[in-house]
Design a protein around this ligand. Structure first.
Ligand SMILES: Cc1cc2nc3c(=O)[nH]c(=O)nc-3n(C[C@H](O)[C@H](O)[C@H](O)COP(=O)(O)O)c2cc1C
Length: 341
């Protein structure tokens, strides 16, 4: 068990446009497409009752047409704060989707200006907006005018890969100042450019430069995979919080562990083999109940991430990836647990 020294930080206040919000926890769970669904969030919430969690990114146009509803329905029934992350390049569609998400119970609206996927940037959405700052500003303004809850933006340092240093920092600061000026009330900054994708280390120095230049809260993102990383990232960037993405895949306890470390509480132990297997089985059952047979396909990747770090884990993962039915996968998990127990 890791013991940390800090004391609980003061809540962050986000004024909104009539419906202010408070963030009581300085670690946020990343929006993760294909991962951060309702069931995953439920597991994260078990360890992190106060943390801001996010939906997967939701296409504003599909929400307008009624297709993306699965990602925002029942939000109001989930405990704790859940932000809805939207992406699109059309201000009116974003404003309309934001209204719907607010009505569904969103704690706040986050605008995706970081996604590097060509299908999305090609139409001008996600990180494509970094190349279209005027359009980005209009989108933030339209969304902020449409809802009473706060509007935040998640973005990257820039479009192309300037070397770490003064130029890169200046470009990132210029970009983020425009978002602040448009009405974003908090900014999450992934310390890589769009061109880098996920390659190379996240540039926490550039995040620090943005933090110094902005008056709104800045959340640092990139390469935080443990409580120790989170403390180091906050020290290096001076940011108001950290957001954790890939490190939580198969580790829904990580956000809670980081929250404890940042608040000076004892850090909960990382679950052992039997607990991991039980979590994998629980997630599989819930996914199949919610999504039918397709739930098995979604559960496979989660099971692959969760079932690690114990004797026989590689063989179990191999078998789980080939299990033809949910019942067969559950039987494999039960056998593995009985062999360990
Ligand atoms: C599988 C996967 C899905 C992601 N989906 C989203 C998304 O929907 N919206 C978003 O803003 N970022 C998304 N990201 C980026 C992460 O939120 C995060 O910014 C990035 O992984 C860097 O943080 P990390 O080093 O903690 O993973 C995704 C990343 C991965 C690996």
């Amino acid at each position: 068990m890791i013991h940390a020294t800090p004391t609980a930080p003061a809540p962050l206040h986000l004024a909104g446009n009539g419906r202010p919000r408070q963030l009581r926890c300085r670690v946020l769970q990343s929006p993760l497409a294909g991962v951060s669904d309702r069931i995953f969030r439920g597991l994260v919430r078990r360890w992190a009752p106060d943390a801001l969690l996010f939906t997967e990114m939701v296409n504003a146009t599909s929400l307008e047409l009624g297709h993306g509803l699965i990602k925002v329905e029942e939000l109001a029934s989930e405990p704790g704060p859940i932000g809805v992350q939207l992406f699109d390049h059309r201000p009116a569609a974003m404003a309309d989707a934001a209204r719907r998400a607010e009505a569904a119970g969103a704690f706040l609206i986050d605008i995706n200006m970081g996604c590097p996927v060509k299908k999305i940037t090609g139409k001008g959405g996600g990180s494509g907006l970094i190349r279209e700052p005027e359009l980005a500003v209009r989108i933030v303004e339209a969304v902020a005018a449409a809802v009473a809850i706060p509007v935040t933006v998640k973005t990257r340092l820039g479009w192309c890969g300037l070397e770490p240093g003064a130029d890169r920092q200046r470009a990132a600061v210029d970009w983020c100042l425009q978002l602040q000026g448009a009405g974003a009330q908090l900014l999450t900054l992934h310390g890589r450019s769009r061109e880098q994708g996920f390659k190379g280390p996240a540039d926490w120095g550039a995040i620090a430069a943005v933090k110094r230049a902005l008056r709104i809260p800045v959340v640092a993102n990139g390469d935080v995979n443990s409580p120790t990383d989170a403390l180091a990232c906050l020290a290096a960037t001076g940011a108001d919080g950290v957001m954790v993405g890939r490190g939580t895949m198969g580790a829904p306890w990580l956000v809670g562990q980081i929250d404890a470390a940042l608040s000076g509480r004892p850090v909960p132990d990382t679950p052992g083999a039997l607990e991991r297997i039980a979590l994998a089985a629980e997630q599989l059952r819930a996914l199949v109940e919610a999504r039918g047979d397709h739930g098995l396909l979604i559960a496979r990747k989660h099971m692959g991430w969760t079932c690690t770090g114990f004797t026989g884990a590689p063989q179990l993962r191999h078998a789980l990836m080939r299990a033809p039915t949910p019942a067969a996968a559950l039987a494999l998990l039960e056998t593995a647990a009985s062999q360990l127990g």
